[in-house]
Design a protein around this ligand. Sequence first.
Ligand SMILES: Cc1cc2nc3c(=O)[nH]c(=O)nc-3n(C[C@H](O)[C@H](O)[C@H](O)COP(=O)(O)OP(=O)(O)OC[C@H]3O[C@@H](n4cnc5c(N)ncnc54)[C@H](O)[C@@H]3O)c2cc1C
Length: 381
Amino acid sequence: MANYDVVIVGGGVTGLSAAYHLMKRGRRAVVLEQHTVANPLGASGDHARVFRLTYGKDTFYTDLGVRTLALWKELQKDTREELYLPTGMLDVAMSAGNYEEQSYQALKGMGLPVFKWTSQETHERYRIFNPRGFKFSVFHPDGGMLWGQRTLTALTHLSQSRGSRVIENTRVTAVLRNKKDGVYGVRDSSGRTWQAGAYLFAPGAWTKDLLAAYGLPIKTTRQELLYLRPPNNQGRYRPAHCPIFGAFSSGFYGFPVHIHGFMKMGDHRKGKPGKPGAGSPEVSPRFEKSCRAFLKKLIPDLAGFSETEGKVCHYDNSPDGDFILDRLPDSPNTWVAAGLSGHGFKFAPLIGKTMADLIVDGKTDLNLQRFRLSRFKLRVK
Ligand SMILES: Cc1cc2nc3c(=O)[nH]c(=O)nc-3n(C[C@H](O)[C@H](O)[C@H](O)COP(=O)(O)OP(=O)(O)OC[C@H]3O[C@@H](n4cnc5c(N)ncnc54)[C@H](O)[C@@H]3O)c2cc1C
């Protein structure tokens, strides 16, 4: 077996970003992925994800977003492909607007570019939005779209260019531990054992089951997405005329036309409990109906869409919505990056770099206080 410095379990954006940053630190990783990279069951395997700096008054995440944006740009340079498309992000206040106001004040306070527009001003800038459908909006030009699957492919190629390997269709079925060292290897479903100097678990919605011995308090929820084709005037919904938009009070958010003439809508509120691969892969008629009702208020011309395609994937929620980025309690050389709670894609380069720093140096310049396992009462078996 080739010698690797790190075994990474999970070839989603988290595991692959860590492999890429380990490569930049001169380390060779092997990434074990149970399906294929960019598989439809994982949370990272979609065409596009939102990048935003607006987090209400939680400036901690705004700050993380600013740091991550620099890393997205660096990754883009390395891969020479567009991964981040700054369409701008429009947060619309459909009710009281506290969240939008707090986001505006937070970005302004941090000296970041941000605008607050009346609904009429918003309509004058972006004609598609109905000025009677909301109160005001907050626009920040750094918000935008991240190309999801393209990012995974780029990270795979870059990591493999310097000796790391991403091995698909390899499912880890056992985490090998002993009292003295903690984790000392993982075994896959063919019985093969993988060992290295360090381990990183980044198995997304599968984390709780794979690391069952640690009792991580992660709950997975089923999230629905709807691709829809504008019924007419497609050009008006292209990124130049339609930013990423979202209404915190309703949970709904949307993308401009970005793939084969389709836009995409999602709902950030937590869905019903569910696991990847279990339950129906179909989007419910109820979800489609609520997307239509939302659009009827905000972008009435779109509400009559007829061509759709659904997608289901899962959030891996921590109890407080903060990530879990830490060392496993019984293992000096084993780390977990999970519990990304439906907002981890945008931060992936920073999470990957952080995990690489921790593995190589045992420390990082990111304040990990909110991400530590010690905030939970774990009972390790
Ligand atoms: C509907 C939806 C919309 C979202 N929208 C946004 C957004 O707009 N912006 C944003 O920032 N974030 C968003 N997120 C969250 C973001 O997509 C996730 O936080 C991120 O993709 C998680 O990446 P990951 O690599 O940790 O997990 P995953 O992408 O799920 O990757 C984990 C991988 O591990 C593999 N694996 C699991 N178990 C094993 C095993 N035993 N052996 C080998 N391999 C294994 C899986 O097959 C999988 O490929 C969204 C998530 C969903 C579901």
